[in-house]
Every structure is written in structure tokens, then in C-alpha cells.
Design a protein around this ligand. Structure first.
Ligand SMILES: NC(=O)c1ccc[n+]([C@@H]2O[C@H](COP(=O)([O-])OP(=O)(O)OC[C@H]3O[C@@H](n4cnc5c(N)ncnc54)[C@H](O)[C@@H]3O)[C@@H](O)[C@H]2O)c1
Length: 324
């Protein structure tokens, strides 16, 4: 097994996640090759990484020497998959969330990547293991990150059914060495922990939106003002301790409302997508995001960094060291 420092990482898919993951691994001291089937996306990734890096350097979260020149050497952008995979110790798949596309890609990776390469998927909801060729199963796992991964430290690690436990340990060490917080899950469940909880919130929000209970910005205000302040320091279960578990018990018994069913679509989302308002990358979604994508991301990153610093300073009340 390679050591968890200075490895060769091939990142496939340079979109929302891929470009940011390349930056994470480069800052972690690894040799990164980034590829994408779209040349335009691969081109754009360069500027997005540079802007994100600059934000991190200004905030003191990345060393001063990490300038555009350094980035250019640390992350090689290659349009040809075979070149990106050459000598790779770790292959991190971050392409579109479509099983057929991922299956076809894993077949190519199987053909081209070194036999010893670890194959990791960043999928959010798909079970990737049936899509990965049999002879790669012993070194196949999920490494699932959150956007932007250079600021959000959680990484979900799930070994495939036949994955060598040493590969899981290696992935954990690799993440820790980069200052990340890996959580190992004993089995694959779509959405892991954080995304499942986020999806439950999203389902409720989408229902409220489609029922016309409040506007998008009123709903976001309720969430930011009502939930967000406590969540970062308490999580959900420590918050229940502060609320009082007897109250939790009564609330459960009262069954105030049923959780929303998974409808498989949301009218408000469908309408926006039909208009081409697909989110920040398109310049508009629920909200307008005018200007360059890099500037919008930079603004988000600066605010997240300030919050992260504050949380570091005050500490959390839940989590490590406080288990029963
Ligand atoms: N967006 C998020 O917040 C987020 C968070 C965690 C995990 N993920 C997961 O990461 C993966 C990528 O998501 P994203 O949001 O970055 O998607 P994205 O659409 O922004 O980027 C995907 C990229 O993959 C490229 N691509 C498609 N097929 C390819 C192929 N065969 N070879 C090389 N490149 C190919 C596309 O050109 C595109 O640039 C998905 O599995 C998603 O579930 C996304």
C-alpha cells in the first residue's frame, strides 16, 4: 500500500466537485491529474481553482507560496483519460450522477489504470459497486465529499462489499493527513448521513414551496435564522438534549405532521430547470447569481471561511469526545 503522502491522484470529472477536489489533493501535497470529457469544463476548472486558492491563501488557510504557478504544477489538466490514469495510486471518479456513464467510465478505468490503483467514487446517491468491474472490487470504495470540499471537512468513506479493510484505512489516513474528517460507514446507504438529512429538509422545503406556503427567500430565512445557528455547534442529537428529551417524546407522540413522501419531482424545480435556471453555474436558479461564477463562489467561500474560523474558536458542543 502506498503511503498516505505524496501519492498520484487522478480525478475524473472537473465540474462542480472535480475542480475543487483537485485543489484539495494538491494542497494535501499530492500529484494531481484532472480530466474531463468536456474541454470547456477542463478549461474553466483552471480559473475556478485559482480563485478558490487565492481565497484560501488570503484567509491563511493555504500557504503563501501556493500561487497560480504552484497550482499549475500541482494540478495537470489532461483531456485524455489514459494520460490522467498513468501511474495513478488513487482514481477518484467525480463525473455526472448517471449509472450508465459511471459504468462505462469504470470499464475504461479498469482497462487503463494500474492494477494496484484504488478506485474511489464521489457519488452522492448511487450504489457504485455493481458498476465497478469484479477484479477491481478489492480496492474499490466510496470517498464522498461535500461542496466546497476545500472548506467542508467531512468525507464519507464506504468500502465496497469486497474491499480490503487496509484500503479503507488508507483512505481514512489520507483524508486525516489533509486535515479532513472522514466518517467510515459500515455499509452503503444512498446519501450517507449528511445528504440524507439534507434531503429530508429539502423534501419538506420543496413541499412547502409547491404548496405556496412561503416564497423561496422566506423559507431560506426561516432555515437560516431558525435552524442554522444551533446546528453547527449542537448537531441534531445534542440539540435534543438541550430541548429536553421528554419534550422530544411528547412531540413524537403528538405526530404534528407526517414527513413528506418522496414525490420524485418538485414543480418549482421543474419550472426553473425548464427556463435554464439550473443554479450558480448557470448564473441563476431560485435566486439570480449575476457576474462571473468564480466571483459568486469566492463570496460564498469567504463567508464559509469566516464561519469556520468562528466555529474553530468557540468549539462545538456535540461530537468527538462527548459520546456516552
Ligand atoms: N455537486 C455537489 O454538491 C456534489 C457533492 C458531492 C458529490 N457529488 C457527486 O459528484 C459527482 C459529480 O458531481 P458534480 O456536481 O461535480 O457534477 P458536474 O455536472 O458539475 O460535473 C461532472 C463532470 O463530469 C464530466 N463527465 C461526464 N462524463 C464523463 C466521462 N465519461 N469522463 C470524464 N468526464 C465526464 C462532465 O463533462 C462534467 O464536467 C456526482 O456523482 C455527484 O453525485 C456532487
Amino acid at each position: 500500500m502506498a503511503s498516505a503522502t505524496g501519492i498520484k491522484v487522478a480525478i475524473i470529472g472537473a465540474g462542480t466537485m472535480g475542480h475543487a477536489l483537485a485543489l484539495v489533493f494538491a494542497l494535501g501535497g499530492h500529484e494531481v491529474r484532472l480530466t474531463d470529457s468536456s474541454m470547456a469544463t477542463l478549461d474553466k476548472a483552471g480559473g475556478l481553482m485559482e480563485t478558490a486558492l487565492e481565497t484560501l491563501v488570503v484567509a491563511g488557510e493555504a500557504p503563501r507560496e501556493a500561487d497560480a504557478d504552484w497550482l499549475h504544477h500541482a494540478v495537470t489538466r489532461l483531456p485524455v483519460l489514459a494520460e490522467a490514469l498513468e501511474d495513478a495510486d488513487l482514481v477518484l471518479e467525480a463525473i455526472i450522477e448517471q449509472p450508465d456513464a459511471k459504468r462505462a467510465l469504470f470499464e475504461e478505468v479498469d482497462r487503463l489504470a494500474p492494477a494496484q490503483a484504488i478506485i474511489a467514487s464521489n457519488t452522492s446517491y448511487l450504489d457504485p459497486f455493481p458498476l465497478i468491474p469484479a477484479r477491481r472490487q478489492g480496492r474499490a470504495l466510496i470517498m464522498h465529499w461535500y461542496t466546497p470540499p476545500y472548506l467542508v471537512d467531512l468525507v464519507d468513506i464506504v468500502g465496497g462489499p469486497e474491499c480490503d479493510p487496509a484500503v479503507v484505512s488508507f483512505a481514512v489516513d489520507l483524508c486525516r493527513a489533509m486535515g479532513k474528517r472522514p466518517v467510515v460507514m459500515r455499509k452503503f446507504v444512498p446519501g450517507y448521513i449528511a445528504n440524507r438529512v439534507q434531503s429530508a429538509i429539502a423534501l419538506e422545503v420543496q413541499k412547502l414551496l409547491d404548496e405556496g406556503v412561503a416564497t423561496a427567500s422566506e423559507i431560506d430565512t426561516a432555515i437560516i435564522e431558525g435552524i442554522s445557528l444551533r446546528l453547527p455547534i449542537l448537531g441534531v442529537l445534542a440539540k435534543a438534549d438541550f430541548t429536553g428529551l421528554a419534550f422530544t417524546q411528547t412531540s413524537l407522540a403528538n405526530r404534528m405532521y407526517a414527513p413528506p413522501p418522496v414525490r420524485g419531482q418538485c414543480d418549482a424545480v421543474d419550472a426553473l430547470v425548464a427556463e435554464g435556471r439550473t443554479g450558480v453555474m448557470a448564473g441563476a436558479g431560485f435566486y439570480d447569481w449575476p457576474g462571473a461564477t468564480a466571483d459568486v463562489l469566492e463570496d460564498r467561500d469567504r463567508r464559509l471561511l469566516a464561519l469556520k474560523r468562528a466555529l474553530r474558536q468557540i468549539g462545538t458542543l456535540a461530537g468527538e469526545g462527548r459520546d456516552q
